[in-house]
Ligand binder design. Structure first.
Ligand SMILES: *[C@@H]1O[C@H](CO)[C@@H](O)[C@H](O)[C@H]1NC(C)=O
Ligand SMILES: *[C@@H]1O[C@H](CO)[C@@H](O)[C@H](O)[C@H]1NC(C)=O
Ligand SMILES: *[C@@H]1O[C@H](CO)[C@@H](O)[C@H](O)[C@H]1NC(C)=O
Length: 372
């Protein structure tokens, strides 16, 4: 009798429950499970490439600084290198991509450790100087001409045309979700878009969204929570510490060394995050050798240690200061202890694991059993 009643209940509710429909409110959108590929991937490459790669000076915020607080420095730079009265738009024809070799980029990113490459798109909601945006802003974001005429059509077009597996939203910070229409876009993306089952998004969808709503959390750029988070997150970092876009005035002291890159990756993965490492190609489409070298060094480290990174889960303890600082990850019954400097006298003492007589200890580098 009880069983029959339950079956009936299923028959009544089942069809309606078959395909979850997300509603354009955060409670509903935030409840969507993150597609599993993202947590497994752990390592990604971020690329900032655009018209800012033409002046290639200062940072990808070139236009903003030129028009704003560093006006004099940028004006002097432009006067020396470009025809008189050059505007930002006048840089565009020099964004030639003459040496762009997408297959070479893909090969480099694979060798850097982005193993099973999926393709994501960065998209900025705001545009600094778009007249429609500026007039909406002047109206206290009570009008939506920019969003309805430009942002939304562009976002839908990006998804329909390029079918990305990830949308890395940005430029959200000046206006509320009601202005950006972001919940309405995400409901469509999750329910009806061609990528509804695979697509992953971040959290930059409104001025109060970051670290609160959306898919995985970016929170701030180069975010380091320093603890295990309950929600999936990502740390984005840049090999050039001062810029995301290519700039010709880079100095070697401003380039991340490989030890710092590996430490960021390991710390991020131990705390449950994904690591997204940025390079800025030149206007011709060249990823300069210093960036290639760092990416390849990361790839070599991953060749040896991939088992401790890809598809891993955080462990009961994330880090300890034993003889050396040790970071932990895990996979099923296996615990990985990652240390980034070789311990004195080659003795590493671990205080967190509780071994049993059956416990085996293996060095991923040597691939053989060790004594303990
Ligand atoms: C914007 O959001 C409103 C309210 O949710 C919705 O009615 C409208 O269709 C949305 N427009 C676009 C272009 O997304
Ligand atoms: C942002 O969200 C938090 C938590 O929901 C809320 O307490 C706060 O008032 C919001 N701030 C703004 C500016 O809307
Ligand atoms: C380990 O040492 C580092 C650096 O001194 C410190 O920041 C961190 O909090 C320590 N962690 C633990 C778990 O003791």
């Amino acid at each position: 009798m009880a069983r029959a009643a339950l079956l009936w209940l299923w028959a009544a509710l089942g069809p309606g429950l078959g395909a979850p429909r997300y509603r354009p409110v955060w409670d509903s959108l935030d409840a969507r499970p993150l597609p599993a590929w993202f947590d497994r991937a752990k390592v990604g490459v971020f690329v900032h490439w655009g018209v800012f790669s033409v002046p290639a000076w200062g940072s990808e915020w070139f236009w903003w600084h030129w028009r704003g607080e560093h006006r004099a420095d940028y004006e002097r730079f432009v006067r020396r290198r470009f025809p008189p009265a050059a505007s930002y738009a006048d840089f565009a024809p020099q964004f030639t991509a003459h040496d762009f070799q997408p297959r070479e980029w893909a090969r480099l990113f694979r060798r850097a450790g982005a193993s099973n490459i999926r393709y994501g798109l960065y998209h900025s909601l705001l545009e600094w100087f778009n007249p429609l945006y500026l007039s909406d802003k002047e109206n206290g974001f009570k009008t939506q001409n920019f969003v309805l005429k430009k942002t939304m059509p562009e976002l839908y077009d990006l998804v329909l045309k390029y079918k990305p597996d990830l949308i890395w939203s940005d430029g959200d910070w000046e206006a509320p979700d009601s202005y950006w229409n972001s919940t309405s876009f995400l409901a469509w993306l999750y329910n009806d878009s061609p990528v509804k089952d695979t697509v992953v998004v971040n959290d930059r969808w409104c001025n109060n969204c970051s670290c609160r709503h959306g898919g995985f959390y970016n929170c701030a750029d180069k975010y380091k929570p320093g603890t295990l988070l309950a929600h999936k997150w990502e740390m984005c970092s840049s090999i050039d510490k001062l810029s995301w876009g290519y700039r010709s005035n880079m100095h070697i002291d401003e380039i991340m060394d490989i030890a710092s890159i590996i430490e960021e990756l390991v710390q991020t993965v131990s705390f449950g995050g994904n690591y997204l490492l940025n390079v800025g190609p030149t206007k011709e489409g060249v990823i300069v050798p210093i960036f290639q070298e760092r990416l390849l060094a990361l790839g070599r480290w991953l060749d040896t240690n991939e088992e401790a990174i890809y598809e891993s889960k955080p462990w009961r303890v994330q880090m300890e200061n034993s003889t050396e600082t040790v970071w932990y990850t895990s996979k099923g019954a296996v615990v990985y202890a990652i240390f980034l400097t070789w311990p004195q006298n080659s003795v590493l003492k671990l205080s967190s694991p509780t071994p049993s007589p059956a416990t085996q200890v293996r060095n991923l580098k040597e691939k053989d059993l060790m004594h303990f």
